[in-house]
Write a protein that binds this ligand. Structure first.
Ligand code: FES
Length: 178
């Protein structure tokens, strides 16, 4: 016997006559709610991800600045030859503040001092100063630079980098990017 309270609707499920059938002219509530939840989720994701991504990317956007660093007393630098000295510098390494040790070569002529960076301009190996030949030599691929840091032979594409220097009250300062 057929139940008079049910009839077949378009979704193939028996429906009760008492149930409210969807009105095709009314707004689709499910779509509206789905879109609302989607918008809220996107907002929440942006609220969480924005600051996190900003924190992660912050070292990339940091501008480099230069800083004068005292490295040696002028009287401690012998004239003529490149003199290797070490100094410490506080830098930002990613998210950390660290103190790093660096080395440079200082060459003095009277009160004039030039400062040569030891990083080879080929692939960054540390050059050594060979006093007997008055040259810098790179042990990695045989790059040779003269006493002023100009390329003599080998693969380095250009001269060794220099840092600006100044002498104040007998103290030698170099300018570094930090
Ligand atoms: S890194 Fe110095 S010659 Fe290659």
């Amino acid at each position: 016997m057929k139940d008079s309270n049910t009839e077949q609707c378009s979704c193939c499920n028996p429906c009760s006559k008492d149930e409210v059938k969807p009105d095709p002219k009314s707004p689709d509530r499910r779509k509206f709610l789905g879109a609302s939840v989607g918008i809220i989720n996107v907002g929440l994701l942006a609220a969480i991800a924005g600051p996190v991504l900003g924190f992660i990317a912050s070292p990339l956007g940091r501008k480099r600045s230069s800083k004068w660093v005292p490295v040696a007393a002028l009287e401690d630098i012998p004239e003529g030859a490149a003199h290797e000295i070490s100094y410490k510098l506080a830098i930002k390494d990613g998210y950390q503040d660290i103190t790093q040790k660096y080395t440079v070569f200082l060459t003095r002529q009277g009160d004039d001092v030039i400062c040569i960076d030891p990083a080879c301009t080929h692939l960054g190996c540390r050059v050594k100063y060979q006093d007997d030949q008055k040259r810098f030599f790179c042990p990695c691929h045989g790059g040779v630079f003269d006493a002023e840091g100009k390329v003599v032979s080998g693969p380095p594409p250009h001269a060794l980098d220099r840092h600006k220097t100044k002498v104040e009250k007998g103290q030698v300062w170099i300018q570094r990017e930090v």
